[in-house]
Design a protein around this ligand. Sequence first.
Ligand SMILES: [Zn+2]
Length: 121
Amino acid sequence: MSTDRDPKKDQVRLAKAREVLLKRQAELEEMLKILAAEETSDGQVQDLGDQALSSSMESLRQSLQNTEREEYNMILRALDAVKDGSYGICIDCELEISEKRLKYYPNAVRCLACQEAAENG
Ligand SMILES: [Zn+2]
């Protein structure tokens, strides 16, 4: 499509994306640290009500931790892509992912059309 890609503009775009990704990475690291700390703070004597509450809190914490970890891994992958210059290129159709999409989903690896296709099986 765009045969006249401006490498200078690409550099700016990649640098900006890297900045956003690193910031998000730091946030996630912080969250994962907090979640991991909560994991080890258990082990006090609890009555039954507390146990029920704490087990639902525990499953909530775990699903949150999984989500955060998943996003963290995606950020790492995106940072790798920034490094090798493939960032912002759809892994399926190999076209550029729109800037607007990357702004909202800096770790997107697919363009909108391919993402929807992937999600719908
Ligand atoms: Zn695509």
